[in-house]
Design a protein around this ligand. Structure first.
Ligand SMILES: [Zn+2]
Length: 188
């Protein structure tokens, strides 16, 4: 579980996916043990910063009445409403100076699980000279998976931080890991 942090080098970046209050125990849409990714990802964030590699943090950032909410016919309870306490990053997550935020789920007409979905993130990564992306966060079987698959589609070498990503269910984790591996995502 406490696998050592990879050594970052030029061309690497870290993406922390949706480590927000609502996705942690006690939140509106909690991922079991979701808060356990925080100390792990803090170590990865520190390592990336030490190597001067860019750190991106995505956040689910829904407007009121978002189409993903059950009240609108979507699959989820209301969560990560813009500017509410539940939408904040986990209070123990160490957000470094210079971190780049990626807000998603802001559209009125559809949800965006992936941090790459119409956010321009692939463009930002290429502009920063990134070739390999490490990622972790919540939930492993939803937004982390969607982001990892999109990172591969965009041509980035992609590594999932195993101890830094928790799933909504064990079955979901197994299926997601299989799908990500098949797409060439390395689990580290
Ligand atoms: Zn959402």
């Amino acid at each position: 579980m406490t696998a050592s942090v990879h050594t970052f080098s030029g061309g690497d970046a870290l993406l922390v996916v949706d480590v927000q209050v609502d996705f942690c125990p006690g939140g509106a849409l909690p991922v079991p043990d979701g808060d356990q990714v925080v100390p792990v990802l803090n170590r990865w964030i520190a390592a990336a910063c030490k190597a001067h590699c860019p750190v991106f943090l995505s956040r689910d950032w829904h407007p009121r009445g978002h189409p993903s909410f059950a009240s609108e016919g979507g699959p989820w309870p209301p969560h990560c409403l813009q500017d509410t306490p539940g939408a904040r990053f986990h209070p123990d997550l160490v957000i470094p100076e210079g971190a780049i935020l990626v807000s998603k789920g802001t559209r009125f007409d559809k949800d965006q699980y992936s941090a790459f979905d119409e956010t321009g993130l692939a463009h930002a990564l290429r502009k920063a000279g990134v070739r390999r992306l490490f990622l972790g966060g919540l939930a492993r079987d939803v937004c982390v998976k969607a982001s990892a698959l999109d990172a591969r589609r965009a041509g980035f070498a992609t590594c999932l931080v195993d101890a830094g990503a928790k799933a909504l269910s064990p079955e979901g984790a197994t299926a997601a890991d299989r799908e990500m591996s098949a797409a060439g995502v390395e689990i580290v």
